[in-house]
Design a protein around this ligand. Structure first.
Ligand code: PLP
Length: 367
């Protein structure tokens, strides 16, 4: 085993495995609680579950899984095409948007090339880039925890192939305006792919949402990554998609495994995309939850950042201690030590009752 470990590429040896939170049942066992006593406010999932229309759509299909799925998810591509008013070959469907991050990196990165990643970004960006043997360049954030676009431009060289930008950003909740994005893209060399990760874009207030479709139509080096995991409530299905010009997607599709998205996930995504009522309910309730948490943090005198998503990152002092104390009560929130923000914790907006429980327990922990 040792000799295998030593003979893997240096970048594999240097990587740490992604650490995700445990399943609710396991956590409950460890904490001596019942699964329904656990409140998961840790992975920015939808606390309202799944659209009823999605459940109905996949219930029957679940009994017929003997065939391989549609290799290109073409029915879902068609729905996306209808939804966005762009041709079908502008869409690629992936196993969560995470897969698209990796596919894009594999398409453009290799040893000797580099990817630029803003400070306080999703931890998968350096991971998928390093897995290609590429160098990663972290650019310090602006004073208000946002991506420093000027700083990113200054780090581009002839070996840069990929830039990751998240809008709105996880974990800071900050966002980039359309004017800033266009000004930035006009200065990025055409050989650099810019991946806009819009995993949380549905939660961003409409007036702040950039016109991503116009951006992707204008810039052939842009990939927009979106997901059904967050606002659409399908994190367990692992289904997301990319929007880009066909020339770039054709390359990404060479790297993608066929049959990468299973039948049920494709069907679930089609039903979710067409259930606008569920999405609107989620967005409305999320906004109320943001207000509820903001009010509580204001009362407690706790600073917080970004209110434009389905989570808030709040400064509590010793973040690890707070996370561990809340854990004992069955409330799971994310510590921010790995982001170099040890005084902060990130809480996903839950239902009204879940938020209430979290606030009540947080008050006790902070005394
Ligand atoms: C910024 C960001 N991008 C992408 C993802 C991946 O989402 P998924 O693979 O479920 O689509 C996440 C998940 O937490 C995220 O926070």
């Amino acid at each position: 085993m040792n000799s295998i470990a030593n003979s893997t590429p240096a970048w594999v040896q240097a990587l740490d495995k992604y650490v995700a939170s445990k399943p609710i049942e396991e956590l409950a066992k460890e904490l001596g609680l019942k699964p329904d006593e656990i409140i998961m406010l840790v992975s920015n999932e939808n606390p309202y579950g799944m659209s009823t229309k999605v459940k109905e759509r996949i219930a029957n299909a679940a009994l017929n899984l003997n065939r391989y799925p549609d290799a290109d998810s073409c029915y879902l591509q068609k729905e996306l095409s209808k939804f966005y008013g762009l041709p079908q070959d502008w869409f690629v469907v992936t196993s969560g948007s995470s897969e698209l991050l990796g596919l894009t990196a594999q398409t453009v990165l290799s040893e000797g090339k580099n990817a630029i990643i803003p400070q306080y970004s999703f931890s998968l960006y350096p991971m998928v880039s390093k897995l290609c043997g590429a160098e990663t360049r972290e650019v310090p954030a602006t004073g208000d925890y946002n991506a420093d676009l000027q700083g990113i431009l200054e780090r581009i060289d002839e070996n840069t192939r990929l830039i990751f930008l998240t809008n709105p950003n996880n974990p800071t909740g900050t966002y980039l305006s359309e004017a800033e994005i266009i000004d930035f893209l006009e200065k990025v060399p055409p050989y650099v792919v810019v991946l806009f990760d819009e995993a949380y874009v549905e939660f961003l207030e409409k007036e702040f949402q950039p016109n991503s479709l116009e951006i992707v139509k204008r810039f052939p080096n842009v990939v927009i990554a979106r997901t059904f995991s967050k606002a659409y409530g399908l994190a367990g299905c692992r289904v997301g998609y990319g929007i880009a010009q066909p020339e770039l997607l054709e390359l990404i599709n060479r790297v993608r495994h066929p049959f990468n998205v299973n039948d049920l996930s494709q069907l679930a995504a089609i039903a979710a995309l067409n259930d606008r009522e569920f999405l609107e309910m989620t967005l409305q309730e999320n906004r109320k939850g943001i207000e509820q948490l903001k009010l509580a943090f204001d009362e407690m005198g706790l600073p917080y950042m970004g209110l434009h998503s389905n989570f808030i990152t709040v400064k509590v002092g010793d973040g690890t201690k707070v996370v561990n104390e809340l854990l004992k009560k069955g409330i799971i929130v994310r510590k921010m030590v790995s982001y170099d923000l040890p005084e902060w914790v990130r809480v996903t907006v839950g239902t009204k009752e879940q938020n209430e429980r979290f606030i009540e327990e947080l008050k006790k922990v902070l005394g």
